[in-house]
Design a binder for this molecule. Sequence first.
Ligand SMILES: Cc1ncc(COP(=O)(O)O)c(C=O)c1O
Length: 391
Amino acid sequence: MNKIESLYADFIQERENNALKRYLTDVTTPKAGRVITGGREYINFSSNDYLGLSQHPTLIERTQKWAAQYGAGSAASRLVTGNVEIFTALENKIAAFKNKQAALVMVSGFQANASILPALFDKNTLGEAPLVFSDKLNHASMHLGCQAASITQMRYRHNDMAHLEELLEKNKQSGTPKFILTESVFSMDGDIAPIDKIAALAKKYDCFLIVDEAHATGVLGINGSGLALKADLVIGTFSKAFGAFGAYIACSKMLKEYLVNKCSGLIYATALPPAVLGAIDAAIDMVPTMNTERARLQNIAQNFRNEMNDLGFDCGDSATQIVPIMIGQSDDALSFSENLKSKNIWAAAIRPPTVPNNTARIRFAFSAAHTEDDLDQLITTLKSYNIKAAA
Ligand SMILES: Cc1ncc(COP(=O)(O)O)c(C=O)c1O
């Protein structure tokens, strides 16, 4: 190992010493809501396949069909020759679903945030660096986008409208362009941002509102269209409730045109392959029709929260299909997760830096694919825990 490599090895060692090391585990997913590893099948409570679409025959069929018809890859950036004709019809469907003038398909949610935000915050376009007010718990990809734009974020306490308004008030005299940046459903807490209040503040203080709907798209709102109707620009992903991959931006026609001209993640990246577009296209046909699955999903999560509260577990402010059980220390969260695995339940321990220090947790993510037996097994297992011994 050379000197530079030894520095990386030190990093890994430190992570290991603090129960923070990550591993890649080979798994097979035989069907939605299940995972197999090491020859053993687990009920999967950690995936974001909220509607169970990742294994759906309709998605798989259109994936195969579009690959056969258009090829395995798009072979170029969308601005060159990668803009396979199916993009336009798909983007029209997404825009209609999100009730916006236009939509733009991007390679992934992470890549979208990392490259759209620098385009929107570009100081040459805006005339000066903007003021960006962002929720403290925003996803890592949003922080990366802000860093790439070289702007200083004004971070307000998570979902704290008084704090957001205080920061806006302090800066109200400034004619500098202002943005508010939030998720609608927070990925590690499963709580919901007060979007109406945020939108009202955006209006009052003349801010442009950007909302990441990664965990709301397909799950919440009218026909699963999300919660951010009042946002100026919405970012969302097809990798979660849509069971596929890729991401979208929904906005005005003019903004789409601006992003096509300015967003590095679109200009300098190869377009999504036709097979993936096929899966997204099938999912966008199905998702609006899945109100029964959506209602069941929320019932499952509410029932789980009630049971956990009765047992004395802390589920934070969860109000969605994502329900954490707060543990605190990373090693405790790891052993809790291992313990669940011994009962054939796969529920990952989420540790810093993904979540703030001392807030390690088990993140349960429910899916419409979970059966009543799966849920009974989970609750029965957790009931057998002595809460103190488990943590
Ligand atoms: C809020 C949020 N935004 C963006 C992403 C990234 O999306 P993708 O998985 O499509 O890259 C995630 C995924 O974890 C997320 O939770």
